[in-house]
Design a protein around this ligand. Structure first.
Ligand code: FES
Length: 346
């Protein structure tokens, strides 16, 4: 199928395989079509059908509330061309930068699913060939017999990895999550697309780093900090990680965070407990980490006061936590949008 995209700045043409969404085919071709979640929730990939017809792969997608179907609008991440089509995108679109990690569909195998808390699962996806990605990026994964993809950030960071590490929070009604916490078993075949996302860290920036994560939003931060620590970023810059959970029993990766802190003493790590006072005895098992009571953005506010100069911030987590952190950074920290990185895919 021939896809023609008329963007604000120029036109693009590429081929899509049968069943492939217009967005995924374009990204895999090296065209930076607009997207954020890539899974039908955010509405960022909105486009208008000019010619031809498309099938909507997920008519109930939450992101459809952002489109006017009667006017031919659709979500590029959900529409599949039923022949040659022309679509209009009311945004500037560029080709992918040279050197960017290739975006592709593929198959992976679920490995080592392991409960970290009562509702958080760690798992790996193994590939036959290396899948490069930038620290902070995510993949979309689809399980056998479960319709649609779900986005998960990579936890690890290394070059040319054949195994990517993820964490998932149990979500009632979430197709992939229910499968993962239910019938999934080591060796299950997964469909994968990516890597995606622009909330990335690359060495060479000259900013201090502030990372604010709620719950499983810590995943991408682990990857960013792994790379930043490995590249020696905190030898010349300060760093803060704020990890928000309800109770200490909900926290995970504390050993890994301790190891990062031991390698990078200028990286301050605080676990924020929203639903209980800090249990001193248990928290004392992690002397490298700080623990405070409060929502993660409140704890970040106390620590960052007067320190916003020259910060690049990363934010991830459930939408209310992300919104509160963004308000803090924009309104109190007076950070400009180009100093804040986050991907909306909850
Ligand atoms: Fe398509 Fe978010 S709805 S990218």
């Amino acid at each position: 199928m021939r896809i023609r995209i008329n963007a604000r700045n120029r036109g693009f043409q590429y081929e899509a395989a049968p069943g492939e969404t217009v967005l995924y085919a374009g990204l895999a071709t090296g065209i930076e079509l607009p997207y954020e979640c890539a899974t039908g929730t955010c509405g960022t990939c909105k486009a208008k059908l000019i010619e031809g017809s498309v099938r909507d792969a997920w008519p109930e997608a939450p992101g459809r509330k952002f489109v006017k179907s009667a006017q031919g609008e659709c979500l590029l991440c959900q529409c599949v061309a039923e022949g040659d089509v022309t679509l209009e995108v009311a945004k500037f679109v560029q080709s992918t930068e040279p050197g960017a990690c290739p975006v592709a569909a593929g198959a992976g195998v679920l490995r080592r699913p392991k409960l970290l808390t009562h509702d958080v699962m760690a798992f790996d996806v193994e590939f036959e060939q290396a899948r490069d990605f930038e620290a902070g990026q995510f993949m979309v994964l689809a399980a056998p017999g479960v319709p649609g993809y779900r986005a998960y950030s990579m936890v690890n960071y290394e070059r040319a990895p054949r195994r990517l590490a993820f964490v998932a929070k149990k979500k009632p009604g979430g197709g992939f999550s229910e499968w993962l916490f239910g019938e999934a078993s080591d060796g299950a075949a997964l469909r994968v697309f990516g890597p995606l996302g622009k909330a990335t860290f690359r060495p060479g920036i000259t900013n201090n780093l502030a990372c604010i994560a709620g719950g499983s939003g810590i995943a991408g931060m682990m990857s960013i900090l792994e790379r930043a620590v490995g590249e020696g970023h905190f030898e010349s810059h300060d760093g803060w990680l704020f990890f928000g959970v309800r109770r200490l029993a909900d926290a995970f990766f504390l050993e890994e965070l301790t190891a990062l802190r031991e390698r990078a003493p200028r990286l301050a790590i605080t676990v924020a407990l929203s639903d209980e006072p800090v249990p001193a005895e248990e928290a004392g098992r992690w002397p490298q980490l700080a623990f405070e009571q409060g929502f993660v953005h409140e704890v970040a506010r106390r620590a960052l006061q007067g320190r916003y100069q020259n910060i690049r911030a990363y934010v991830a987590g459930p939408p209310p936590a992300v919104d509160a952190a963004l308000r803090l950074l924009l309104l109190e920290g007076k950070l400009t949008a180009d100093h804040i990185r986050y991907d909306k895919f909850s």
